[in-house]
Design a protein around this ligand. Structure first.
Ligand SMILES: *[C@@H]1O[C@H](CO)[C@@H](O)[C@H](O)[C@H]1NC(C)=O
Ligand SMILES: *[C@@H]1O[C@H](CO)[C@@H](O)[C@H](O)[C@H]1NC(C)=O
Ligand SMILES: *[C@@H]1O[C@H](CO)[C@@H](O)[C@H](O)[C@H]1NC(C)=O
Length: 528
């Protein structure tokens, strides 16, 4: 009995230091795949004893409540912030373009229409701000809990405005700031070697590729200016005072937890308050469910291929799904395909079609030889953590660029959907990646590099969130660059001043010499 008591006391002593520094954390999440990785962070925060509260709109698309891990504040809104159907439509247009069935002209029309739509989307998203701030009852309740910090994903501009209004330190879980990669907002980012997302370029660019990169930069800048000027700036002025500048508020976060790192991404300049947590969602593989383990073991020496496409894709066009299934059927490997659409007619007896698969446990299984993926950040980084080579079908957003980073490092092969439609492109690509050992070796090397860091990425993220709680922000890590107008940042004023000064000096010297010359000449003439 006594020893049990002793043990309990010891256990308590061990547990107390971790449990009692728990902070109150307020989260403004964004929808879609961004919620998936935010939730991972919330669960980790909960396990460290923090009291996590999310504030979400009453109508949601992807965000789910889970009282085991976090409290939920529901903000009544009239209509959902995100239109899932719109995203599906964009997706299917891209699919058509990829397969060459959508004429370029109508695609261009769509792209220009998108500019309009981007403002629409942000308008709809930002309706959350007045819905919360004008709701006195809800704000009073929020104010009652003394929150230590706000955690948000700045892909939407809401979180930054709300954090500033509530006067709380701000931590970002970030990769994108609206349309642009977050480094462009905070760190010096020379376009000569930092490729824009969507450009399909790497860090080694020819002259014309650099031209393309700058054109992409300008297009993105126009998009983000539209969204910030027409949507978020008016909100800022309404709630934070007339001199408030949204861009400044958006860049003023205390810590930026970036969902990337330099094993995955190209090296680039960074800032003191940027913390890299790429692969923070990677966990060691756990045992598979029995039936799946049996299926995997039945593959023998050939091993297993797994495939999963985006969360948006529940159904592919029938002929495309048939083409993929036919490709798999010709391989000696077993295949696990996570796909909710109807069963393709060409599905081989080596292929198991499932609604859902334990992706990380499979990727960590020694029998899994290849991952066929769409190139979303989460999946690509999981493949990297576990060292599994990838054959990728990029569709939209950053997917091509994510896969490109792996392909550059020799761990992946990118395909277009046309490769499935025509010849045996898909089959050949899979065979190449399966049979050429360099793909697996390269991925394993990246995996070793990824693991070789002093702390796990998730622990790094938690450390910095707690750091902000302990020190009530991290103002000492924020560079002054954010508080300057562009001409001061680039020293345009100083260059002009110095150029002027040099010109004046030169002019004065020339005048002086001319005068001197003239007077000397005059004297000579007189003498003669
Ligand atoms: C946790 O947060 C909720 C608000 O969501 C608050 O009501 C509660 O008092 C907090 N708990 C602690 C221990 O601070
Ligand atoms: C909540 O707190 C903010 C900032 O401290 C304050 O501006 C606001 O008036 C408060 N709202 C309510 C309803 O108490
Ligand atoms: C699977 O299909 C192949 C060829 O279509 C056939 O040779 C093989 O016997 C089948 N295996 C089983 C277990 O049905």
């Amino acid at each position: 009995m006594k020893t049990v008591c002793c043990c309990t006391v010891l256990l308590l002593l061990v547990l107390i230091p971790t449990c009692c520094h728990g902070g109150n954390i307020l989260v403004f999440p964004t929808e879609g795949s961004h919620w998936i990785n935010m939730e991972i962070l919330l669960k980790a925060l909960h396990s460290r004893g923090h009291n996590v509260t999310i504030a979400r709109a009453s109508k949601t698309w992807y965000i789910k409540d889970n009282p085991l891990y976090y409290n939920t504040f529901i903000v009544p809104v009239e209509k959902g912030l995100v239109d899932g159907d719109f995203l599906k439509k964009v997706f299917s247009e891209f699919l058509k373009l990829e397969r060459g069935t959508l004429p370029l002209a109508s695609f261009l029309r769509m792209t220009i229409g998108m500019l309009d739509k981007i403002v629409d989307v942000h308008n709809s998203v930002s309706s959350f701000v007045p819905a919360l701030l004008d709701n006195v009852e809800l704000m009073r309740k929020l104010n009652e809990t003394k929150f230590d910090l706000v955690l948000t994903d700045p892909c939407w501009g809401n979180g930054a405005i709300l954090a500033k209004y509530m006067n709380l330190p701000l931590v970002y879980n970030v990769r994108w700031l609206m349309p642009e990669e977050a480094h462009f907002a905070i760190a010096p980012s020379p376009l000569s070697y930092i490729p824009m997302t969507g450009s399909g370029l790497t860090d080694k660019m020819t002259f014309f590729q650099r031209v393309k990169n700058i054109i992409f930069y300008l297009m993105t800048a126009i998009q983000s200016t539209f969204a910030s000027k027409f949507v978020y700036q008016p909100l800022c002025e309404k709630y934070l005072g007339p001199d408030c500048d949204f861009n400044q508020i958006q860049n003023d976060a205390d810590i930026w937890l970036m969902r990337t790192d330099f094993v995955f991404d190209y090296p680039c300049p960074t800032m003191p308050n940027v913390v890299y947590m790429g692969g923070f969602h990677c966990k060691p593989a756990e045992p598979l469910p029995d039936d799946m383990e049996e299926f995997v073991q039945s593959s023998g020496e050939h091993g297993v291929i797994i495939m999963s496409l985006s969360t948006f894709v529940n159904e592919l066009p029938e002929d495309l799904a048939d083409g993929i299934a036919a490709g798999f059927a010709k391989l000696p490997q077993k295949v696990i395909w996570s796909y909710r659409g109807p069963k393709p007619s060409t599905l081989g007896n080596n292929t198991l079609q499932v609604d859902w698969m334990p992706q990380k446990d499979l990727l960590g299984h020694p029998k899994v030889k290849l991952f066929v993926a769409h190139g979303g950040t989460n999946g690509v980084q999981e493949a990297l953590c576990h060292g599994v080579p990838v054959v990728g079908f990029p569709l939209v957003f950053d997917q091509y660029d994510n896969l490109l980073r792996l392909q550059e490092k020799g761990g992946a092969k990118i395909l277009t959907l046309r490769a499935v439609d025509t010849d045996d492109g898909f089959l050949k690509a899979m065979q190449e990646v399966l049979n050429e050992p360099s793909y697996r070796q390269n991925m394993q090397r990246l995996s070793r590099l990824h693991r070789d860091q002093p702390m796990k990425p998730i622990d790094t993220a938690l450390f910095w969130i707690e750091y902000v709680i302990r020190h009530k922000g991290a103002a000492h890590l924020k560079a002054q660059s954010n508080r300057m107008p562009w001409y001061v940042y680039h020293s345009v004023d100083v260059v002009l001043f110095l150029t002027g000064a040099v010109m004046l000096t030169l002019l004065a010297t020339v005048m002086f010499i001319r005068c001197l010359w003239k007077s000397v000449c005059r004297r000579k003439v007189k003498l003669e």
